[in-house]
Design a protein around this ligand. Sequence first.
Ligand SMILES: *Cc1c(COP(=O)(O)O)cnc(C)c1O
Length: 402
Amino acid sequence: MLAFSSLLRNAQKTSYAFLSRMITDIPVPRADPYGDCYHRNMVVEKTKKPKEKLPAEKLVFGQTFTDHMLEVDFEASKGWGAPKIVPFHNFDMSPATSSLHYAIQCFEGMKAYVNVNKGINLFRPEKNMDRLLLSCARLCIPAFDGTEMLECLKDLVRLDKDWIPDRRGYSLYIRPTVISTDATVGVSVPQKAKFFTILSPVGPYYKGGFAPVKLFADDFHVRACVGGSGKYKLGANYGPTIYHQRTAASYGAAQVLWLYGDQKFVSEAGTMNFFTLWVNEKGEKELITAPLDDGTILPGVVRDSVLTLCRQWGDFKVSERVYSIHELTKAVKEGRVIECFGSGTAAIVSPVNAILYQGVEYPIPLDPEDKSAGAGKLCQRVAQSIMDIQYGVVPSPWAVTL
Ligand SMILES: *Cc1c(COP(=O)(O)O)cnc(C)c1O
């Protein structure tokens, strides 16, 4: 058993080290690239001053944080240090810290749910760890062991579990983050870094049922480009989009529908992946979303889950391929669009009722049989199915119970 688990760990070590080399050519000179960052080395310091908890209905996304946080420091000479769970606290850092100047920062967004048996579920958390390691590699921050880090993260969630509102739709938002802590204004490979995770209890994205949104399809600005860093969850990809989000808001739209290239391929909606269910030019019912292969699309966990579920259901064709805003607006005019929605951890799915493109508003249908639903039939089915897994109503290997 022991031999097997160490074999497994070594196998993973090799693949992550290989991955980071493949992407950024980082030399990994240390004997153990993961240093002391193993769950067995975890140190826990509990808070002496637990905070007052807000009533669930008063929660505003991303504004309330729990009592504890997870921290692991990296230093080039020592590798990753021992993981620590400590009281939630501010950082003391040099104003020269390179992450403050060059956005040497990456993050994840995941959630913990109180399941129907009063246990705690995570949803496909290993995918977030894998993605965070890819983001780190893109920033020349050496890999840690994703499986070990996940075990540490689970301990943090267990310790602050009383903060998770016990109601369907409510959850604990988990924000793993990695920053360079190198005190230099030189643009260089970080010699010091910090992994940390903070937790924030959150209410449902839609309080009174779905609220469909209008999207502003921007025909000039881009979120990401081929050869760029858009497929990684780097803070640097988000700050510059707020300006365009505000422009979208000035047109009465909730989000930007990002287009890409001369042909104006449909890519993502705000910080969500984007899906269209339509009858394509060949007359086939098809769910379509942009492919991951050109590097402009963030590989969403919910995106993958929607694709997997829809392929299992087998009710229509499921395609990951490029399609342009012109094909989409033509399909709207011809009455071939059935529904459009965004996908992401925050909302699971976000229904769309209109797309504004070059001054023309294209109405997107919702549920034709139930005007009060506020979402298309597929959107509703996907939301229910994923929530049933997250809250443990339906057993699934995607739910990891703590
Ligand atoms: C985080 C994110 C998503 C959604 O990813 P999930 O893993 O499904 O939450 C989609 N697009 C962008 C740009 C993102 O940052």
